[in-house]
Design a protein around this ligand. Structure first.
Ligand code: DX5
Ligand code: ZN
Length: 227
């Protein structure tokens, strides 16, 4: 099943509870945490996640684009996130961190910037609930989809299948009606969309339309018969 996670980076930060409500029916709400060090942008932190978790029933998918995730990620679980994603480029001890996130009760996910290959992390995959392949350089919404990431999505799906893992494969950046099918065909099953959802006249309808496209594209994909 394709999951659609609207990114509130493209929402109105002064009206987050309403913006969560505007995408009712979405699988998760994607929360981009940026610290102005790991990426050149600054967004929100633990107190906002705490408030948002209280304000919506939709589970929170926190994408931490921050330095020292080993130190901060557990606090996002305590704040109410159902899934916490750290960047492997910033993590000092990714296995220990993934285990800690899981032990605290959230799904653990590892993100890769566009220039980071998946192959060195093959042995870590059983420690994770999701891998995030960035399809833009992290930092900003509204950037153009990097189609040169499609082979990495395919290779990641092959590794997941090779090890028989129940691991979600998320894509984030430039995911829209024109690109979601390429991602689904390549092996992604969780789709973050910021501007394509919040830039639409009816965000909830945009979520449904994206999901329908992804479902149709993955139904006959090379990897989907096993799922
Ligand atoms: C970018 C963020 C994304 C961003 C996606 O660094 O991680 O989640 O919100 O926005 P769009 O879908 O507009 O590319
Ligand atoms: Zn993100």
């Amino acid at each position: 099943m394709a999951q659609i996670n609207p990114s509130i980076l493209s929402a109105d930060f002064a009206r987050l509870a309403d913006e969560a409500e505007a995408v009712r029916g979405a699988d998760w709400l994607h929360v981009d945490v940026m610290d102005n060090h790991f990426v050149p942008n600054l967004t929100l932190g633990v107190p906002v996640v705490e408030s948002l978790a209280r304000a919506t029933d939709t589970p929170l998918d926190c994408h931490l684009m921050i330095e020292q995730p080993d130190r901060w990620a557990p606090q996002y679980v305590e704040a109410g996130a159902g899934s916490v994603t750290f960047h492997v480029e910033a993590a000092a001890a990714p296995v220990r961190l993934a285990r800690e996130i899981r032990a605290k009760g959230a799904r653990a996910a590892m993100a890769l910037r566009p220039a980071t290959p998946i192959e060195p992390y093959e042995d870590l995959l059983p420690e994770l609930d999701m891998v995030l392949i960035m399809t833009v350089e992290p930092g900003f919404g509204g950037q153009a989809f990097l189609d040169i990431m499609l082979p990495k999505i395919r290779r990641t799906r092959q590794l997941i299948d090779k090890h028989g893992l129940d691991l979600w494969l998320q894509v984030d950046g430039g995911v829209a009606a024109s690109t979601i099918e390429l991602c689904a065909e390549a092996g992604a099953d969780v789709f973050v969309a910021g501007s394509a959802v919040y830039g639409a006249a009816d965000p909830a309808e945009a979520v449904r339309a994206l999901r329908a496209r992804a479902e149709a594209a993955s139904a006959d994909a090379w990897w989907a018969c096993k799922h």
